[in-house]
Design a protein around this ligand. Structure first.
Ligand code: PHE
Length: 341
């Protein structure tokens, strides 16, 4: 029996064959198991003789099975190692690296330039109350400026008569929130997302503005002009002249739209040279009503405010003709302009 099984185990070709042999020898009805059952019928003397032998046989067969199983596994692994191999001399696959979106880059750059001039960053919510977005800024409900803004209104429950919240149409409400919390004097910018229902080559329903607010006892339009010219010169990396045109905003008095010097020759816009002008922002001296909305005494404090399109100046800097492309998330486009991964 011993030779029979040890021989068969040595010759087994695979694990399945081994398992068959185990059942034949040591399974419930296996040859060795049956013999062990016979032990009960023997006399004590016979059992003393046969018992240890059978146990030893059982152990030996079990050990042979385990050894053969390990040997088979080793052989299988050897086989695989020979068949599968890795060519470590092949060049690696190139990996693309992610980069910062142009609008985010400009946002950060704008923040850094104003920080150099002592401006801190203020923030406000994108879902704004009617009061912060309009009334506090001297735009009462019947004012035409409301209609012009293409405002997105939030839904109110049936029977709720309160004025609806809006997606802020500009960053100007952050002026009021900042005044309420920190008072005067102050020097802050408020970059952020704003929303208007408008869509064409130069308008998207979501876009970015940066608001500026400086309050003090004698801050004037001259300070505004210096700050803006310093900003544009730093941002475009060349001296940039500005032109102030008298305008009207409900929240500033007087108000000015500001153009930067540029040339349109050859179909591309070049900033800082030529005799053309391009409008880039609205500004003015903060209206006394607006100061009062923010809890500030207009007899003691005055200052300027401005609001500028971040996407707009990003388009100018990188020569991008269509604003909508900023928000298409098309990696080919981003790569073409040197941004994409
Ligand atoms: N809020 C104005 C706009 O969105 C810009 C502006 C800001 C003008 C501050 C004057 C002062 O068009």
């Amino acid at each position: 029996l011993r030779n029979k099984y040890l021989g068969l185990i040595a010759e087994a070709a695979d694990e399945a064959a081994l398992e068959e042999l185990r059942v034949a020898a040591l399974g419930k009805k296996g040859e060795i198991s049956l013999q062990m059952r016979e032990l009960g019928k023997m006399t004590p003397e016979e059992r003393k003789e046969a018992g240890p032998k059978l146990n030893a046989l059982k152990d030996e067969v079990n050990a042979a099975l385990a050894a053969k199983k390990a040997a088979l596994a080793d052989a299988a692994l050897d086989e695989r190692l020979k068949a599968e191999w890795l060519d470590v001399t092949l060049p690696g696959r190139p990996r693309r690296q992610g980069t910062i979106h142009p609008v985010s880059q400009v946002w950060e750059e704008v923040t850094a330039i104003f920080a150099d001039m002592g401006f801190a960053v203020a923030e406000g919510p994108q879902v704004e109350s009617d009061w912060y977005n309009f009334d506090s800024l001297n735009i009462p409900s019947h004012h035409p400026a409301r209609a012009e803004m293409d405002t997105f209104y939030m839904h109110r429950a049936e029977g709720d008569e309160r004025p609806p919240h809006v997606l802020r149409t500009h960053t100007s409400p952050v002026q009021i929130r900042h005044m309420e919390t920190y008072g005067a004097p102050c020097r802050v910018i408020a970059p952020g997302r704003v929303y208007r229902a408008d869509y064409d080559q130069t308008h998207t329903p979501m876009f970015h503005q940066v608001e500026g607010l400086a309050l003090g006892r004698d801050i004037s339009m001259a300070n505004l002009k210096w700050v803006l010219e310093s900003f544009f010169s730093a941002y475009f990396g060349t001296d940039v002249k500005t032109r102030f045109r008298a305008s009207h905003f409900p929240f500033t008095e007087p108000s000015a739209e500001v153009d930067i010097q540029c040339s349109f020759e050859g179909g591309t816009v070049k900033v800082g040279e030529g005799d053309d002008w391009l409008e880039v922002l609205g500004s003015g001296m903060v209206h006394p009503h607006v100061l009062r909305s923010g809890g500030i005494d207009p007899d003691e404090w005055q200052g300027f405010a401005f609001g500028m399109g971040i996407d707009r100046i990003a388009m100018l800097k990188y020569g991008i003709p269509d604003l909508r492309a900023f928000f298409d998330s098309d990696l080919r486009w981003l790569r073409h302009y040197g941004f994409g991964a």
